[in-house]
Design a protein around this ligand. Structure first.
Ligand code: MG
Length: 461
């Protein structure tokens, strides 16, 4: 029987996502995992599949379903337990495994869960690989193993420890200098998978810290996405414990967001900018980020004699381009930092180390490190818009906003380098909406750009 995907299941390049119970059931998850195992075998990928999860209450149930599905097609499973998503990807790559599966809905609320599919390279499937897998899923019923060929299961509780040692061994991380800087950290892990590993990392770096939400029980006390608007509690915590920097990660610990010592969230775009500074100061080179990320990344790159290359939105798009450009660092404006010297995926524990290194290099608190760079105001809005009217809308925008450089590799991005402003309009992959992102040095200009764009789109729709 081939797998029928329910209509309300969100299917994207990196995997499938849905609410627990409807449409996401253990039956469905087990069937997808069996198909993934069959898919890897059909492509001659021998070896085990590594499975890890975040801290959601539905995680143990879905991880068992995934494991059963893989065993049923004769694939051995290595169970990593509750770990950051980047730890799963690193474990796959280091072991030369057939592939991996992360059971995590990332920054989504606790009623969601998802499967993220990982190739043997230790990267998420790219668009081409994902399309091949979807075809396989729709067309093939993978052969089930007989009783004497079922997959075996082995536990590996050392994956995080290996990940930590790889971070500490990086040329970009000088633990002695970080400890000597003596900055206290306030940490918010929102009851996700990041709590125990990040506490362990900070101890290994000799950094004094006070954590909140450190228990990985999946009972998120707030919207777990680490956007500035969700970090008021961490802001208070920073002031209460007298920290020099506040750090928040999402439930699967691939994104890091920062709060300064006065309790102000500085915006997720600064994470990549400051982490990149720590890398480029030592190794100038190409920085890759997506079209929706703040210009401040360009300011940082220029200061260190480096340049920025932009890609369509989506982690694997950034990662693939980083490989093609031999980039030294990259990532996304949502707090995702990618360092090829470690691996090609967003990694919040890595970002924690790089940010602390940068603050040690500069000998400052966060607010001073941020104040060195130009300030921008970034505005984001989502509006309902029919997909079929998009090209007409883009024509209208280009016509109205002359003098801009246009990039059409992912929706439409208009850039005014002289005004230090840009606009990015792109359709959502899953809903009939477009996202508008506008950035300018002043809030008035950013607001005006956003309003003008929304009005133009409404005129076309
Ligand atoms: Mg995440």
């Amino acid at each position: 029987m081939v797998v029928q995907l329910p209509d309300n299941l969100m299917v994207s390049v990196s995997g499938v996502r849905g609410r627990v119970g409807d449409p996401l059931t253990p039956e469905l998850v087990g069937a997808i995992a069996a198909a993934f195992g069959g898919f890897l075998r059909a492509r001659e990928r021998r070896g085990s599949v590594y499975v890890g999860r975040d801290s959601r209450t539905s995680g143990p149930m879905f991880q068992r379903a995934v494991t059963a599905g893989l065993q049923s097609v004769g694939v051995d499973v290595v169970d990593l337990g509750v770990v950051p998503t980047p730890t799963v990807l690193l474990a796959v790559e280091e072991a030369g495994a057939a592939g991996g599966l992360a059971v995590t809905a990332s920054h989504n609320p606790p009623e969601w869960n998802a499967l993220k599919l990982i190739s043997g390279e230790g990267m998420f499937l790219d668009a081409e690989e994902a399309a091949t897998f979807r075809d396989f899923l729709a067309g093939e019923d993978p052969p089930r193993a007989s009783w004497d060929e079922l997959g075996a299961v082995r536990e590996d509780s050392e994956a995080w420890a290996r990940h930590r040692e790889r971070i500490l061994a990086l040329d970009y991380v000088d633990a002695e200098a970080i400890a000597a800087h003596g900055l206290r950290v306030a940490l918010d892990c929102v009851h996700g998978a990041g709590g125990p590993p990040l506490a362990d990392l900070l101890r290994a770096l000799g950094v004094s810290f006070r954590g909140m939400g450190m228990e990985p029980d999946g009972l998120f006390p707030r919207d777990p996405e680490p956007t500035a608007a969700n970090l008021a509690g961490l802001g208070e915590w920073v002031r209460e414990v007298g920290a020099g920097v506040g750090m928040a990660v999402d439930p699967d610990a691939d994104r890091l967001s920062l709060v300064d010592e006065t309790g102000v969230a500085v915006g997720e775009d600064l994470t990549l900018a400051l982490a990149a500074a720590a890398v480029l100061r030592r190794t100038p080179g190409v920085v890759v980020t997506n079209l929706s990320t703040s210009r401040v990344v360009e300011d940082v790159a220029e200061a260190f004699g480096s340049r920025v290359v932009r890609t369509p939105v989506g982690e694997v798009n950034v990662a693939r381009r980083m490989q093609a450009e031999a980039a030294v660092v990259g990532g996304e404006g949502n707090g995702g930092v990618i360092l090829p010297a470690l691996h090609y995926t967003r990694d919040a524990p890595l970002a924690v180390a790089l940010i602390l290194q940068h603050l040690a290099d500069e000998g400052t608190f966060l607010s001073e490190a941020v104040a060195r760079w130009p300030r921008y105001v970034i505005r984001k809005e989502k509006i309902r818009f029919p997909r079929e009217a998009l090209s007409e809308a883009f024509d209208a925008l280009r016509e109205d906003m002359r003098g801009a450089t246009a990039d059409e590799t992912d929706g439409l991005r208009l850039d005014w380098p002289g005004r230090r402003s840009w606009l990015h309009v792109r359709a959502s992959g899953t809903e009939p909406v477009v996202r508008i992102i506008a950035e300018a040095p002043e809030s008035k200009a950013a607001d005006a750009l956003l309003r003008r764009t929304a009005d133009l789109l409404e005129g076309v729709a």
